[in-house]
Ligand binder design. Structure first.
Ligand SMILES: Nc1ncnc2c1ncn2[C@@H]1O[C@H](COP(=O)(O)OP(=O)(O)OP(=O)(O)O)[C@@H](O)[C@H]1O
Ligand SMILES: [Mg+2]
Length: 437
């Protein structure tokens, strides 16, 4: 080979190594055998590419879900913001991810990114939206409304309420910008929803590539210990990243209560919510609240909500629910305020563990990571059981037995239980007696 030949080959190699093909696997969804599996789903996304030619190959994927697929759009935008050129490889097939991608209108991915007034033009039953401003916000709400005309009025109102809290959050806290040329560009947030008629279920996802809940919250509450803790903290009332002195939203008066209300509504309905932010995952369901750390991450936040259309055990109207939760929020805030002043650790059990506090694993984790350190710092514990309907001995014992043992008789002074049902009260008293002899 002459010099030119070598050079040409080298160039070719360079070009090739600069091209990356990402194959979307046959199964591309949050569900694995009927249970949620975010761990392997999030692992799919490699955020490290910059200045590469990236091809996302959809042709091998036949078992996708619309919410999961829509996150590929955000992925493509994010890589583009890292100076990659991104393209999708589609098959002609009328089933599988390629067809679903077309139905979402996702062929418009880059047009929508570059033009702030354009949006996806997909199938009316698989709506996908870019969210950048109040116009986009209104479009989502209107579409959701037209979509749920057949549902009962209270359900429609409730759905709309939760949807709008989450849309506000992504617009207010989940913004994302990148520099290209001499200008700043915006990466929109996304919203996609589907109505699974056969399952009688509505599902929607709201996703962004912003700074994430932890970093956002740290503007007002520095030193969050992990992403999942930050998410849980954000679900408490009056916790607002924009609540501090430099509140750019003062006019709007963020009360820091949106997530508290919407997660509580979800828990009252036959519904589930997953919040992923950074490498934190929190799952909210009527039975419990669980959290975990993922081994990979999402650069920003997404929230997946799934609601059964036939409603839940609750017969309350939205207004009644909201009134109740607001009162709870006020009471919780008062408790927390009064007590933090005394150098105490305030634990709202329902907020961490749900109305049926029974997940022993998370009790142990919480005890080790939060209760013991607080006791070591000489803090008192104020444990608020309001809203908790039941909690088995095994849970309470996992949470409290060894702290009580280590405190001895001091437990009676240091640990204060409030708003517990007689059952729970009795169990805690029993554990106290048992461990202070
Ligand atoms: N998409 C998001 N990206 C980053 N941070 C978020 C996001 N959503 C919520 N947060 C964080 O969680 C906090 C709590 O959210 P929440 O909706 O409860 O209150 P708020 O939006 O501040 O006030 P309100 O909803 O009452 O107007 C926010 O202040 C913000 O710090
Ligand atoms: Mg909010």
């Amino acid at each position: 080979m002459d010099n030119n030949g070598v050079l040409a080959e080298l160039k070719n190699e360079m070009r090739n190594s600069n091209t990356i093909t990402i194959i979307v696997p046959d199964r591309f969804s949050f569900m694995e055998h009927g249970t949620y599996d975010f761990e392997s789903f999030i692992r799919f996304f490699d955020w490290s590419y910059s200045d590469k030619k990236v091809k996302i190959d959809l042709t091998k994927c036949y078992n996708a879900n619309y919410q999961a697929l829509s996150l590929l759009v955000l992925y493509a935008w994010k890589l583009k913001s890292q100076r990659c050129t991104v393209s999708f490889i589609e098959s002609e097939s009328s089933t599988g991810a390629s067809e679903m991608y077309r139905r979402l209108g996702a062929r418009g991915t880059f047009t929508v990114l570059m033009h702030a007034t354009s949006n996806f033009r997909g199938d009316q039953f698989k709506p996908l939206f870019a969210l950048r401003n109040t116009d986009d916000f209104k479009k989502v709400i209107e579409t959701a409304q037209s979509y749920t005309n057949d549902f009962n009025v209270e359900f429609t109102k409730t759905l709309r309420y939760v949807l709008s809290e989450l849309l506000y959050n992504t617009l207010e806290h989940g913004q994302s910008h990148y520099e290209y040329g001499d200008r700043y560009h915006r990466i929109p947030s996304l919203c996609q929803f589907s109505w699974f008629k056969n399952k009688n279920e509505v599902s929607f996802i709201i996703a962004d590539s912003g700074i994430g809940i932890k970093k956002h919250l740290e503007q007002a509450y520095p030193g969050q210990s992990s992403h999942e803790e930050a998410i849980i903290q954000a679900m408490r009332p009056q916790v607002s990243g924009t609540f501090g002195k430099n509140d750019p939203y003062k006019e709007k008066n963020n009360a820091g209560i949106g997530l508290f209300l919407s997660t509580n509504i979800v828990r009252r309905l036959n519904a589930e919510m997953h919040i992923v932010s950074g490498n934190g995952l929190v799952h909210i369901s009527p039975r419990d609240i669980t959290n975990r750390r993922l081994d990979s991450y999402w650069p920003g936040t997404f929230v997946l909500v799934t609601i059964k259309v036939d409603g839940g055990p609750s017969s309350e109207t939205l207004d009644e629910m909201l009134r109740g939760f607001r009162e709870e929020a006020l009471a919780e805030q008062k408790n927390a305020d009064g007590f933090e002043a005394e150098e105490s650790f305030y634990i709202h059990i329902a907020n961490f563990f749900g109305f049926f506090a029974e997940d022993k694993e998370s009790a142990i984790k919480f005890r080790n990571e939060r209760i013991f350190p607080a006791l070591e710092q000489g803090k008192k514990l104020r444990i608020d059981f309001s809203g908790v309907e039941s909690s088995p001995h095994s849970f309470l014992s996992a949470l409290l037995a060894s702290p009580i043992k280590s405190l001895g008789m001091k437990s009676y002074k240091v640990i204060k239980i409030i708003n517990a049902t007689p059952d729970i009260r009795e169990t805690v008293d029993f554990i106290m007696d048992e461990n202070t002899e």
